[in-house]
Ligand binder design. Structure first.
Ligand SMILES: Nc1ncnc2c1ncn2[C@@H]1O[C@H](COP(=O)(O)OP(=O)(O)O)[C@@H](O)[C@H]1O
Ligand SMILES: [Mg+2]
Length: 568
Protein backbone atom coordinates (compact mmCIF):
# COMPACT_ATOMS: atom_id res chain seq x y z
CA UNK A 1 0.00 0.00 0.00
CA UNK A 2 2.87 2.36 0.76
CA UNK A 3 3.94 1.93 -2.84
CA UNK A 4 1.06 4.26 -3.67
CA UNK A 5 2.96 7.05 -1.90
CA UNK A 6 5.17 7.29 -4.97
CA UNK A 7 2.27 9.04 -6.69
CA UNK A 8 2.87 11.91 -4.27
CA UNK A 9 6.52 12.19 -5.27
CA UNK A 10 5.97 14.79 -8.02
CA UNK A 11 4.29 16.90 -5.31
CA UNK A 12 7.19 16.77 -2.85
CA UNK A 13 7.33 20.56 -2.72
CA UNK A 14 3.62 20.84 -1.87
CA UNK A 15 3.91 18.05 0.71
CA UNK A 16 6.67 19.92 2.56
CA UNK A 17 5.50 23.52 2.12
CA UNK A 18 1.86 22.71 2.95
CA UNK A 19 2.54 21.44 6.49
CA UNK A 20 5.13 24.22 7.03
CA UNK A 21 2.54 26.91 6.35
CA UNK A 22 0.10 25.09 8.59
CA UNK A 23 2.75 25.11 11.31
CA UNK A 24 3.17 28.83 10.85
CA UNK A 25 -0.55 29.24 11.34
CA UNK A 26 -0.36 27.06 14.46
CA UNK A 27 2.43 29.22 15.90
CA UNK A 28 0.37 32.39 15.38
CA UNK A 29 -2.60 30.70 16.96
CA UNK A 30 -0.60 29.54 19.96
CA UNK A 31 0.72 33.06 20.57
CA UNK A 32 -2.73 34.65 20.63
CA UNK A 33 -3.80 33.57 24.18
CA UNK A 34 -0.44 34.72 25.58
CA UNK A 35 -0.84 38.12 23.90
CA UNK A 36 -4.34 38.21 25.33
CA UNK A 37 -2.91 37.59 28.78
CA UNK A 38 -0.43 40.44 28.30
CA UNK A 39 -3.20 42.72 27.14
CA UNK A 40 -5.35 41.94 30.18
CA UNK A 41 -2.50 42.08 32.70
CA UNK A 42 -0.63 45.12 31.45
CA UNK A 43 -3.22 47.00 29.41
CA UNK A 44 -6.67 46.49 30.92
CA UNK A 45 -5.56 46.21 34.55
CA UNK A 46 -3.50 49.39 34.33
CA UNK A 47 -5.97 51.26 32.11
CA UNK A 48 -3.22 51.69 29.50
CA UNK A 49 -5.21 52.34 26.32
CA UNK A 50 -2.18 52.66 24.09
CA UNK A 51 -0.90 49.26 25.23
CA UNK A 52 -4.30 47.64 24.54
CA UNK A 53 -4.31 49.12 21.04
CA UNK A 54 -0.75 48.06 20.49
CA UNK A 55 -1.31 44.41 21.44
CA UNK A 56 -4.75 44.41 19.79
CA UNK A 57 -3.25 45.44 16.45
CA UNK A 58 -0.51 42.86 16.86
CA UNK A 59 -3.13 40.18 17.46
CA UNK A 60 -5.15 41.31 14.45
CA UNK A 61 -2.02 41.21 12.30
CA UNK A 62 -1.22 37.71 13.49
CA UNK A 63 -4.77 36.57 12.79
CA UNK A 64 -4.49 37.90 9.22
CA UNK A 65 -1.11 36.23 8.71
CA UNK A 66 -2.45 32.98 10.19
CA UNK A 67 -5.37 33.12 7.83
CA UNK A 68 -3.05 33.67 4.85
CA UNK A 69 -0.86 30.73 5.95
CA UNK A 70 -3.90 28.49 6.25
CA UNK A 71 -5.00 29.49 2.76
CA UNK A 72 -1.57 28.76 1.33
CA UNK A 73 -1.50 25.36 3.00
CA UNK A 74 -4.98 24.59 1.67
CA UNK A 75 -3.79 25.53 -1.80
CA UNK A 76 -0.78 23.20 -1.63
CA UNK A 77 -2.87 20.39 -0.13
CA UNK A 78 -5.47 20.70 -2.88
CA UNK A 79 -2.84 20.76 -5.61
CA UNK A 80 -0.96 17.75 -4.29
CA UNK A 81 -4.02 15.63 -3.50
CA UNK A 82 -5.88 16.39 -6.73
CA UNK A 83 -2.77 15.74 -8.78
CA UNK A 84 -2.10 12.55 -6.84
CA UNK A 85 -5.68 11.35 -7.41
CA UNK A 86 -5.65 12.15 -11.12
CA UNK A 87 -2.38 10.35 -11.87
CA UNK A 88 -3.33 7.40 -9.66
CA UNK A 89 -6.71 7.05 -11.37
CA UNK A 90 -5.13 7.25 -14.83
CA UNK A 91 -2.54 4.64 -13.95
CA UNK A 92 -5.10 2.35 -12.38
CA UNK A 93 -7.32 2.65 -15.43
CA UNK A 94 -4.38 1.83 -17.69
CA UNK A 95 -3.53 -1.12 -15.50
CA UNK A 96 -7.10 -2.44 -15.56
CA UNK A 97 -7.12 -2.11 -19.35
CA UNK A 98 -3.96 -4.21 -19.56
CA UNK A 99 -5.56 -7.11 -17.68
CA UNK A 100 -6.92 -10.06 -19.61
CA UNK A 101 -10.64 -10.70 -19.90
CA UNK A 102 -10.17 -13.69 -17.60
CA UNK A 103 -8.71 -11.44 -14.88
CA UNK A 104 -11.43 -8.83 -15.34
CA UNK A 105 -14.07 -11.54 -15.09
CA UNK A 106 -12.46 -12.71 -11.85
CA UNK A 107 -12.72 -9.24 -10.24
CA UNK A 108 -16.07 -8.21 -11.69
CA UNK A 109 -17.03 -4.84 -13.10
CA UNK A 110 -18.54 -3.50 -9.88
CA UNK A 111 -15.48 -3.77 -7.68
CA UNK A 112 -13.25 -2.49 -10.49
CA UNK A 113 -15.45 0.60 -10.79
CA UNK A 114 -15.52 1.10 -7.02
CA UNK A 115 -11.77 0.82 -6.68
CA UNK A 116 -11.21 3.23 -9.53
CA UNK A 117 -13.61 5.84 -8.13
CA UNK A 118 -14.48 5.58 -4.38
CA UNK A 119 -11.20 4.11 -3.18
CA UNK A 120 -9.02 6.53 -5.10
CA UNK A 121 -11.16 9.45 -3.82
CA UNK A 122 -10.72 8.25 -0.22
CA UNK A 123 -6.95 8.11 -0.72
CA UNK A 124 -7.06 11.57 -2.23
CA UNK A 125 -8.93 12.96 0.80
CA UNK A 126 -6.46 11.16 3.06
CA UNK A 127 -3.52 12.81 1.32
CA UNK A 128 -5.11 16.28 1.65
CA UNK A 129 -5.91 15.77 5.34
CA UNK A 130 -2.44 14.42 6.05
CA UNK A 131 -0.87 17.54 4.60
CA UNK A 132 -3.19 19.77 6.56
CA UNK A 133 -3.47 18.09 9.94
CA UNK A 134 -0.90 15.36 10.46
CA UNK A 135 1.79 17.80 11.59
CA UNK A 136 -0.44 20.54 12.92
CA UNK A 137 -2.58 18.62 15.41
CA UNK A 138 0.27 17.11 17.50
CA UNK A 139 2.15 20.41 17.24
CA UNK A 140 -0.80 22.32 18.71
CA UNK A 141 -1.07 19.81 21.58
CA UNK A 142 2.59 20.01 22.47
CA UNK A 143 2.77 23.74 21.77
CA UNK A 144 -0.20 24.47 24.04
CA UNK A 145 1.43 22.52 26.87
CA UNK A 146 4.73 24.34 26.36
CA UNK A 147 3.03 27.74 26.32
CA UNK A 148 1.14 26.80 29.49
CA UNK A 149 4.42 25.79 31.14
CA UNK A 150 5.99 29.11 30.19
CA UNK A 151 3.03 31.05 31.62
CA UNK A 152 2.80 29.19 34.93
CA UNK A 153 4.32 25.83 35.88
CA UNK A 154 1.86 24.90 38.61
CA UNK A 155 -1.28 25.64 36.60
CA UNK A 156 0.27 23.87 33.61
CA UNK A 157 0.10 20.64 35.66
CA UNK A 158 -3.69 20.76 35.29
CA UNK A 159 -3.35 21.00 31.52
CA UNK A 160 -0.79 18.17 31.51
CA UNK A 161 -3.15 15.96 33.55
CA UNK A 162 -6.15 16.71 31.35
CA UNK A 163 -4.34 15.76 28.13
CA UNK A 164 -4.00 11.98 28.76
CA UNK A 165 -7.66 11.86 29.83
CA UNK A 166 -8.64 13.43 26.48
CA UNK A 167 -6.35 11.01 24.72
CA UNK A 168 -7.86 8.02 26.54
CA UNK A 169 -11.42 9.13 25.74
CA UNK A 170 -10.58 9.59 22.08
CA UNK A 171 -8.73 6.29 21.96
CA UNK A 172 -11.76 4.46 23.33
CA UNK A 173 -14.02 6.32 20.92
CA UNK A 174 -11.82 5.46 17.93
CA UNK A 175 -11.50 1.86 19.05
CA UNK A 176 -15.25 1.30 19.24
CA UNK A 177 -16.28 3.43 16.29
CA UNK A 178 -13.73 2.30 13.68
CA UNK A 179 -15.21 -1.18 13.18
CA UNK A 180 -18.64 0.43 13.05
CA UNK A 181 -17.44 2.86 10.41
CA UNK A 182 -16.13 -0.06 8.43
CA UNK A 183 -19.43 -1.91 8.78
CA UNK A 184 -21.24 1.24 7.74
CA UNK A 185 -19.10 1.54 4.61
CA UNK A 186 -19.78 -2.10 3.77
CA UNK A 187 -23.50 -1.58 4.30
CA UNK A 188 -23.37 1.37 1.96
CA UNK A 189 -21.66 -0.80 -0.68
CA UNK A 190 -24.33 -3.45 -0.28
CA UNK A 191 -27.10 -0.91 -0.62
CA UNK A 192 -25.44 0.36 -3.79
CA UNK A 193 -25.44 -3.16 -5.25
CA UNK A 194 -29.15 -3.58 -4.49
CA UNK A 195 -29.96 -0.23 -6.07
CA UNK A 196 -27.85 -0.90 -9.14
CA UNK A 197 -29.32 -4.34 -9.73
CA UNK A 198 -32.79 -2.91 -9.37
CA UNK A 199 -32.28 -0.02 -11.73
CA UNK A 200 -30.45 -2.13 -14.31
CA UNK A 201 -32.97 -4.95 -14.13
CA UNK A 202 -36.09 -2.86 -13.68
CA UNK A 203 -37.89 -4.47 -16.64
CA UNK A 204 -37.26 -8.02 -15.47
CA UNK A 205 -38.20 -7.18 -11.90
CA UNK A 206 -41.49 -5.62 -12.99
CA UNK A 207 -42.20 -8.35 -15.54
CA UNK A 208 -41.81 -11.05 -12.90
CA UNK A 209 -43.74 -9.09 -10.29
CA UNK A 210 -40.74 -9.01 -7.97
CA UNK A 211 -41.27 -5.39 -6.94
CA UNK A 212 -42.53 -6.19 -3.39
CA UNK A 213 -39.63 -8.61 -2.74
CA UNK A 214 -37.13 -6.08 -4.03
CA UNK A 215 -38.68 -3.38 -1.89
CA UNK A 216 -38.23 -5.63 1.13
CA UNK A 217 -34.64 -6.39 0.13
CA UNK A 218 -33.92 -2.68 -0.11
CA UNK A 219 -35.66 -2.00 3.20
CA UNK A 220 -33.66 -4.78 4.94
CA UNK A 221 -30.40 -3.47 3.63
CA UNK A 222 -31.38 0.07 4.55
CA UNK A 223 -32.50 -0.98 8.06
CA UNK A 224 -29.23 -2.68 8.83
CA UNK A 225 -27.41 0.43 7.64
CA UNK A 226 -29.57 2.54 9.94
CA UNK A 227 -28.86 0.24 12.90
CA UNK A 228 -25.11 0.65 12.38
CA UNK A 229 -25.45 4.40 11.98
CA UNK A 230 -27.48 4.60 15.21
CA UNK A 231 -24.87 2.68 17.19
CA UNK A 232 -22.23 4.95 15.76
CA UNK A 233 -24.39 7.95 16.66
CA UNK A 234 -24.78 6.73 20.27
CA UNK A 235 -21.02 6.44 20.73
CA UNK A 236 -20.46 9.86 19.17
CA UNK A 237 -23.21 11.33 21.33
CA UNK A 238 -21.42 10.03 24.42
CA UNK A 239 -18.08 11.47 23.38
CA UNK A 240 -19.20 15.07 23.33
CA UNK A 241 -20.52 15.38 26.91
CA UNK A 242 -17.60 13.35 28.24
CA UNK A 243 -14.95 15.58 26.70
CA UNK A 244 -16.89 18.67 27.72
CA UNK A 245 -16.95 17.30 31.26
CA UNK A 246 -13.16 16.95 31.26
CA UNK A 247 -12.72 20.43 29.76
CA UNK A 248 -15.06 21.96 32.30
CA UNK A 249 -13.36 20.12 35.16
CA UNK A 250 -9.97 21.35 33.96
CA UNK A 251 -11.28 24.90 33.67
CA UNK A 252 -12.80 24.61 37.14
CA UNK A 253 -9.44 23.60 38.59
CA UNK A 254 -7.71 26.40 36.71
CA UNK A 255 -10.18 28.93 38.12
CA UNK A 256 -9.99 27.43 41.63
CA UNK A 257 -6.22 27.29 41.91
CA UNK A 258 -5.70 30.33 39.70
CA UNK A 259 -8.09 32.34 41.85
CA UNK A 260 -6.13 31.41 44.99
CA UNK A 261 -2.88 32.29 43.26
CA UNK A 262 -4.26 35.67 42.31
CA UNK A 263 -5.21 36.15 45.94
CA UNK A 264 -1.62 35.33 46.91
CA UNK A 265 -0.39 37.67 44.20
CA UNK A 266 1.54 34.96 42.31
CA UNK A 267 -0.73 35.05 39.23
CA UNK A 268 -2.48 37.66 37.10
CA UNK A 269 -5.98 37.56 35.61
CA UNK A 270 -4.87 37.42 32.00
CA UNK A 271 -3.09 34.11 32.50
CA UNK A 272 -6.29 32.40 33.55
CA UNK A 273 -7.93 33.45 30.28
CA UNK A 274 -4.95 32.13 28.36
CA UNK A 275 -5.09 28.77 30.18
CA UNK A 276 -8.76 28.28 29.36
CA UNK A 277 -7.90 28.93 25.71
CA UNK A 278 -5.02 26.45 25.68
CA UNK A 279 -7.15 23.69 27.18
CA UNK A 280 -9.71 24.22 24.43
CA UNK A 281 -6.96 24.16 21.79
CA UNK A 282 -5.70 20.82 23.02
CA UNK A 283 -9.18 19.34 22.92
CA UNK A 284 -9.84 20.58 19.36
CA UNK A 285 -6.48 19.26 18.18
CA UNK A 286 -7.17 15.86 19.77
CA UNK A 287 -10.57 15.63 18.09
CA UNK A 288 -8.90 16.43 14.76
CA UNK A 289 -6.35 13.72 15.46
CA UNK A 290 -8.98 11.09 16.18
CA UNK A 291 -10.87 12.01 13.00
CA UNK A 292 -7.59 11.66 11.18
CA UNK A 293 -7.13 8.17 12.62
CA UNK A 294 -10.60 7.16 11.45
CA UNK A 295 -9.90 8.57 7.98
CA UNK A 296 -6.56 6.77 7.84
CA UNK A 297 -8.09 3.40 8.71
CA UNK A 298 -10.45 3.94 5.79
CA UNK A 299 -7.49 4.97 3.62
CA UNK A 300 -5.63 1.84 4.65
CA UNK A 301 -8.56 -0.31 3.51
CA UNK A 302 -8.87 1.62 0.22
CA UNK A 303 -5.12 1.56 -0.29
CA UNK A 304 -5.08 -2.20 0.16
CA UNK A 305 -7.85 -2.61 -2.42
CA UNK A 306 -6.05 -0.41 -4.95
CA UNK A 307 -2.65 -1.99 -4.29
CA UNK A 308 -4.18 -5.45 -4.64
CA UNK A 309 -5.35 -4.52 -8.11
CA UNK A 310 -1.94 -3.10 -9.05
CA UNK A 311 -0.29 -6.29 -7.84
CA UNK A 312 -2.14 -8.37 -10.44
CA UNK A 313 0.18 -8.80 -13.39
CA UNK A 314 -1.49 -9.10 -16.79
CA UNK A 315 -1.46 -12.82 -17.58
CA UNK A 316 -1.61 -12.34 -21.34
CA UNK A 317 1.73 -11.50 -22.85
CA UNK A 318 1.67 -8.93 -25.61
CA UNK A 319 3.98 -9.59 -28.53
CA UNK A 320 6.44 -6.83 -29.29
CA UNK A 321 8.74 -6.05 -32.15
CA UNK A 322 8.13 -6.41 -35.88
CA UNK A 323 4.94 -8.06 -37.09
CA UNK A 324 5.72 -11.60 -38.32
CA UNK A 325 5.04 -12.08 -42.05
CA UNK A 326 2.06 -14.40 -42.58
CA UNK A 327 2.59 -17.43 -44.81
CA UNK A 328 0.44 -17.01 -47.93
CA UNK A 329 -0.03 -20.77 -48.26
CA UNK A 330 -0.94 -21.39 -44.62
CA UNK A 331 -4.60 -21.63 -43.57
CA UNK A 332 -6.15 -18.31 -42.53
CA UNK A 333 -7.16 -19.81 -39.19
CA UNK A 334 -5.84 -23.02 -37.76
CA UNK A 335 -6.67 -24.57 -34.39
CA UNK A 336 -4.53 -27.49 -33.28
CA UNK A 337 -5.71 -29.58 -30.31
CA UNK A 338 -7.14 -26.53 -28.61
CA UNK A 339 -8.40 -26.89 -25.03
CA UNK A 340 -9.95 -24.10 -23.02
CA UNK A 341 -11.48 -23.66 -19.60
CA UNK A 342 -12.83 -20.55 -17.86
CA UNK A 343 -11.57 -21.95 -14.58
CA UNK A 344 -14.08 -24.73 -13.93
CA UNK A 345 -14.60 -27.61 -16.33
CA UNK A 346 -13.44 -27.60 -19.93
CA UNK A 347 -15.46 -25.27 -22.15
CA UNK A 348 -13.63 -26.54 -25.25
CA UNK A 349 -11.80 -29.83 -25.68
CA UNK A 350 -9.40 -30.91 -28.40
CA UNK A 351 -10.66 -28.63 -31.16
CA UNK A 352 -8.98 -28.98 -34.55
CA UNK A 353 -9.99 -26.63 -37.33
CA UNK A 354 -8.49 -25.46 -40.63
CA UNK A 355 -10.04 -22.50 -42.42
CA UNK A 356 -8.46 -21.71 -45.78
CA UNK A 357 -8.07 -18.13 -46.99
CA UNK A 358 -11.28 -16.88 -48.52
CA UNK A 359 -13.48 -19.61 -47.09
CA UNK A 360 -16.75 -18.97 -45.36
CA UNK A 361 -17.10 -21.17 -42.29
CA UNK A 362 -20.29 -21.85 -40.41
CA UNK A 363 -20.15 -22.83 -36.75
CA UNK A 364 -23.30 -24.39 -35.36
CA UNK A 365 -24.27 -26.00 -32.06
CA UNK A 366 -26.77 -25.68 -29.22
CA UNK A 367 -26.52 -22.95 -26.59
CA UNK A 368 -23.57 -23.49 -24.30
CA UNK A 369 -21.83 -25.75 -26.81
CA UNK A 370 -18.84 -23.37 -26.89
CA UNK A 371 -19.37 -21.38 -30.11
CA UNK A 372 -18.79 -17.94 -28.58
CA UNK A 373 -15.87 -19.29 -26.57
CA UNK A 374 -14.26 -20.66 -29.72
CA UNK A 375 -14.48 -17.39 -31.65
CA UNK A 376 -13.30 -15.32 -28.68
CA UNK A 377 -10.15 -17.47 -28.69
CA UNK A 378 -9.63 -16.64 -32.38
CA UNK A 379 -9.93 -12.93 -31.47
CA UNK A 380 -7.57 -13.62 -28.51
CA UNK A 381 -9.88 -12.33 -25.84
CA UNK A 382 -8.51 -15.29 -23.90
CA UNK A 383 -5.45 -17.49 -24.30
CA UNK A 384 -5.98 -21.20 -24.84
CA UNK A 385 -5.26 -23.51 -21.93
CA UNK A 386 -3.84 -26.11 -24.32
CA UNK A 387 -2.99 -26.47 -28.00
CA UNK A 388 -2.27 -23.68 -30.43
CA UNK A 389 -4.04 -21.18 -32.65
CA UNK A 390 -2.31 -19.90 -35.79
CA UNK A 391 -3.44 -17.10 -38.07
CA UNK A 392 -1.82 -17.23 -41.50
CA UNK A 393 0.68 -19.70 -40.05
CA UNK A 394 1.72 -17.30 -37.22
CA UNK A 395 1.01 -18.41 -33.63
CA UNK A 396 -1.58 -15.95 -32.28
CA UNK A 397 0.60 -14.93 -29.28
CA UNK A 398 3.29 -13.71 -31.68
CA UNK A 399 0.99 -11.07 -33.19
CA UNK A 400 1.13 -7.61 -31.60
CA UNK A 401 -2.24 -6.40 -30.43
CA UNK A 402 -2.88 -3.83 -33.16
CA UNK A 403 -1.79 -6.25 -35.91
CA UNK A 404 -4.22 -8.80 -34.51
CA UNK A 405 -7.06 -6.25 -34.40
CA UNK A 406 -6.39 -5.36 -38.04
CA UNK A 407 -6.41 -9.02 -39.00
CA UNK A 408 -9.45 -10.23 -37.07
CA UNK A 409 -12.69 -8.36 -36.47
CA UNK A 410 -15.54 -9.78 -34.45
CA UNK A 411 -19.15 -8.72 -34.02
CA UNK A 412 -19.80 -10.21 -30.56
CA UNK A 413 -23.03 -11.94 -29.66
CA UNK A 414 -24.07 -9.02 -27.47
CA UNK A 415 -23.64 -5.76 -29.34
CA UNK A 416 -22.30 -3.00 -27.14
CA UNK A 417 -23.18 0.49 -28.33
CA UNK A 418 -21.64 3.60 -26.87
CA UNK A 419 -23.36 6.94 -26.31
CA UNK A 420 -23.02 9.00 -29.48
CA UNK A 421 -24.52 8.98 -32.95
CA UNK A 422 -25.22 5.94 -35.12
CA UNK A 423 -22.47 6.97 -37.53
CA UNK A 424 -19.97 7.30 -34.65
CA UNK A 425 -20.88 3.84 -33.42
CA UNK A 426 -20.32 2.28 -36.83
CA UNK A 427 -17.15 4.27 -37.40
CA UNK A 428 -15.58 2.87 -34.22
CA UNK A 429 -14.11 0.15 -36.42
CA UNK A 430 -12.26 2.55 -38.67
CA UNK A 431 -11.87 6.19 -37.64
CA UNK A 432 -11.11 7.58 -41.08
CA UNK A 433 -13.98 5.88 -42.91
CA UNK A 434 -15.93 8.17 -45.28
CA UNK A 435 -19.69 8.60 -45.13
CA UNK A 436 -19.99 6.48 -48.25
CA UNK A 437 -18.07 3.65 -46.65
CA UNK A 438 -20.20 3.86 -43.49
CA UNK A 439 -23.32 3.75 -45.62
CA UNK A 440 -22.02 0.80 -47.65
CA UNK A 441 -21.35 -1.13 -44.44
CA UNK A 442 -24.83 -0.29 -43.16
CA UNK A 443 -26.21 -1.49 -46.48
CA UNK A 444 -24.57 -4.91 -46.11
CA UNK A 445 -25.80 -5.16 -42.51
CA UNK A 446 -29.37 -4.37 -43.69
CA UNK A 447 -29.36 -1.39 -41.35
CA UNK A 448 -30.03 1.35 -43.92
CA UNK A 449 -33.75 0.72 -43.95
CA UNK A 450 -34.30 1.57 -40.27
CA UNK A 451 -31.52 4.19 -40.01
CA UNK A 452 -33.05 6.25 -42.83
CA UNK A 453 -36.39 6.19 -41.08
CA UNK A 454 -34.88 7.82 -37.98
CA UNK A 455 -35.33 11.61 -37.72
CA UNK A 456 -31.66 12.45 -38.15
CA UNK A 457 -30.60 9.29 -40.00
CA UNK A 458 -26.91 8.59 -39.31
CA UNK A 459 -26.65 11.55 -36.95
CA UNK A 460 -29.39 10.16 -34.68
CA UNK A 461 -28.37 9.74 -31.03
CA UNK A 462 -27.78 6.33 -29.52
CA UNK A 463 -28.80 6.40 -25.85
CA UNK A 464 -26.70 4.76 -23.17
CA UNK A 465 -26.30 1.06 -24.03
CA UNK A 466 -28.47 1.55 -27.13
CA UNK A 467 -31.64 1.70 -25.01
CA UNK A 468 -33.56 3.54 -27.76
CA UNK A 469 -32.97 0.77 -30.32
CA UNK A 470 -34.47 -2.70 -30.66
CA UNK A 471 -32.35 -5.82 -30.26
CA UNK A 472 -32.32 -6.43 -34.00
CA UNK A 473 -31.38 -2.81 -34.74
CA UNK A 474 -28.50 -2.97 -32.29
CA UNK A 475 -27.31 -6.21 -33.87
CA UNK A 476 -27.32 -4.69 -37.35
CA UNK A 477 -25.28 -1.70 -36.19
CA UNK A 478 -22.84 -4.19 -34.66
CA UNK A 479 -22.55 -6.05 -37.96
CA UNK A 480 -22.11 -2.80 -39.93
CA UNK A 481 -19.31 -1.84 -37.54
CA UNK A 482 -17.52 -5.18 -38.01
CA UNK A 483 -17.96 -5.09 -41.78
CA UNK A 484 -16.55 -1.55 -41.97
CA UNK A 485 -13.32 -2.72 -40.27
CA UNK A 486 -12.63 -4.61 -43.49
CA UNK A 487 -10.47 -7.17 -41.68
CA UNK A 488 -9.01 -10.25 -43.38
CA UNK A 489 -10.97 -12.44 -41.01
CA UNK A 490 -14.52 -11.39 -40.10
CA UNK A 491 -16.38 -13.20 -37.35
CA UNK A 492 -20.10 -12.73 -36.78
CA UNK A 493 -21.17 -14.38 -33.51
CA UNK A 494 -24.87 -15.14 -33.80
CA UNK A 495 -25.26 -11.67 -35.26
CA UNK A 496 -28.61 -12.29 -36.90
CA UNK A 497 -30.37 -14.09 -34.05
CA UNK A 498 -32.81 -11.22 -33.58
CA UNK A 499 -33.52 -10.75 -37.30
CA UNK A 500 -36.38 -12.29 -39.23
CA UNK A 501 -35.51 -14.97 -41.75
CA UNK A 502 -35.88 -12.67 -44.76
CA UNK A 503 -33.58 -9.94 -43.45
CA UNK A 504 -31.12 -12.60 -42.27
CA UNK A 505 -31.00 -14.10 -45.81
CA UNK A 506 -30.52 -10.64 -47.38
CA UNK A 507 -27.66 -9.94 -44.97
CA UNK A 508 -25.93 -13.21 -45.79
CA UNK A 509 -26.28 -12.57 -49.54
CA UNK A 510 -24.80 -9.08 -49.22
CA UNK A 511 -21.98 -10.39 -47.05
CA UNK A 512 -21.13 -13.10 -49.55
CA UNK A 513 -20.85 -10.53 -52.34
CA UNK A 514 -18.88 -8.01 -50.26
CA UNK A 515 -16.48 -10.53 -48.79
CA UNK A 516 -15.83 -12.67 -51.87
CA UNK A 517 -12.36 -14.14 -51.57
CA UNK A 518 -11.98 -13.23 -47.85
CA UNK A 519 -12.35 -15.34 -44.75
CA UNK A 520 -15.63 -15.11 -42.90
CA UNK A 521 -16.74 -17.09 -39.85
CA UNK A 522 -20.46 -17.21 -39.20
CA UNK A 523 -21.72 -18.50 -35.87
CA UNK A 524 -25.36 -19.42 -35.62
CA UNK A 525 -27.87 -21.67 -33.96
CA UNK A 526 -29.94 -21.71 -37.15
CA UNK A 527 -29.06 -24.34 -39.75
CA UNK A 528 -30.46 -22.15 -42.53
CA UNK A 529 -27.97 -19.41 -41.71
CA UNK A 530 -24.90 -21.53 -42.32
CA UNK A 531 -25.96 -24.22 -44.79
CA UNK A 532 -24.39 -22.40 -47.75
CA UNK A 533 -21.01 -22.02 -46.02
CA UNK A 534 -17.97 -23.66 -47.61
CA UNK A 535 -17.42 -25.74 -44.51
CA UNK A 536 -19.43 -26.20 -41.34
CA UNK A 537 -18.12 -27.01 -37.86
CA UNK A 538 -20.62 -28.71 -35.58
CA UNK A 539 -19.94 -28.20 -31.87
CA UNK A 540 -21.49 -30.29 -29.16
CA UNK A 541 -20.65 -29.77 -25.51
CA UNK A 542 -17.28 -28.19 -26.24
CA UNK A 543 -16.19 -30.90 -28.70
CA UNK A 544 -16.18 -31.16 -32.48
CA UNK A 545 -19.13 -33.30 -33.50
CA UNK A 546 -18.65 -32.86 -37.24
CA UNK A 547 -16.79 -30.90 -39.90
CA UNK A 548 -17.62 -30.73 -43.60
CA UNK A 549 -20.10 -29.36 -46.10
CA UNK A 550 -23.84 -29.34 -45.57
CA UNK A 551 -24.20 -32.39 -47.78
CA UNK A 552 -21.51 -34.54 -46.19
CA UNK A 553 -22.67 -33.62 -42.66
CA UNK A 554 -26.26 -34.38 -43.57
CA UNK A 555 -25.32 -37.96 -44.28
CA UNK A 556 -22.37 -38.43 -41.89
CA UNK A 557 -23.06 -36.39 -38.74
CA UNK A 558 -25.89 -37.43 -36.38
CA UNK A 559 -25.57 -34.25 -34.29
CA UNK A 560 -26.05 -32.12 -37.44
CA UNK A 561 -28.99 -34.23 -38.52
CA UNK A 562 -30.58 -33.69 -35.09
CA UNK A 563 -30.25 -29.92 -35.47
CA UNK A 564 -31.79 -30.07 -38.96
CA UNK A 565 -34.62 -32.25 -37.69
CA UNK A 566 -35.56 -29.88 -34.86
CA UNK A 567 -35.50 -26.86 -37.20
CA UNK A 568 -37.32 -28.39 -40.12
N1 LIG B 1 -17.07 -15.64 -19.04
C1 LIG B 1 -17.36 -16.91 -18.73
N2 LIG B 1 -16.97 -17.42 -17.54
C2 LIG B 1 -17.24 -18.69 -17.20
N3 LIG B 1 -17.88 -19.56 -17.97
C3 LIG B 1 -18.30 -19.14 -19.18
C4 LIG B 1 -18.08 -17.79 -19.62
N4 LIG B 1 -18.61 -17.64 -20.85
C5 LIG B 1 -19.14 -18.85 -21.17
N5 LIG B 1 -18.97 -19.74 -20.17
C6 LIG B 1 -19.36 -21.17 -20.19
O1 LIG B 1 -18.74 -21.79 -21.30
C7 LIG B 1 -19.63 -22.66 -21.97
C8 LIG B 1 -19.75 -22.29 -23.43
O2 LIG B 1 -20.36 -21.03 -23.55
P1 LIG B 1 -20.50 -20.25 -24.93
O3 LIG B 1 -19.21 -20.36 -25.65
O4 LIG B 1 -21.00 -18.90 -24.62
O5 LIG B 1 -21.60 -21.10 -25.67
P2 LIG B 1 -22.45 -20.76 -26.98
O6 LIG B 1 -21.92 -19.51 -27.58
O7 LIG B 1 -22.26 -21.95 -27.84
O8 LIG B 1 -23.86 -20.62 -26.54
C9 LIG B 1 -20.96 -22.57 -21.23
O9 LIG B 1 -21.04 -23.71 -20.38
C10 LIG B 1 -20.86 -21.30 -20.42
O10 LIG B 1 -21.54 -21.44 -19.21
MG1 LIG C 1 -22.76 -17.76 -27.96
Amino acid sequence: MWKLARYLRPYRRECILGPLFKLLEAIFELLLPTLMALMVNNGVARHDRAYVWHIGLLMAGMAVLGCASAFTCQFFAARASQGFGTVLRNDLFKHISSLSMRQMDAFGTETLTNRLTNDVTTLQTGAAMAIRLLVRAPFICIGAIVMALILNRQLALIVICATPIFALLLYLFTKYSTPLYRAYQKGLDHLAVVVRENLAGVRVIRAFAKVPQEKRRFADSNDSLTATALRLGRISALLNPLTTLVVDAAILFVLWFGGRMIGQGTLMKGEIIAFVNYITYILIAMVALSNLIILFTRCAASGRRVAELFAVQPDMEQAEGPVPEPDADAPAVELVHVDFSYGGGKALEDINLRVLCGQTVGIIGGTGSGKSTLVSLIARFYDTTGGEIRLGGVPIQKLPDDALRNLVCIAPQRTVLLTGTIAENIRMARRGATDTQVKAAAEIAQAVEFIEKMPQEYASRVERGGANLSGGQRQRIGVARAVLADADILILDDASSALDYGTDAHMRGALRRARAGRTTILVSQRAAAIRDADVILVLDNGRVAGFGTHETLQTGCPAYRDILATQA
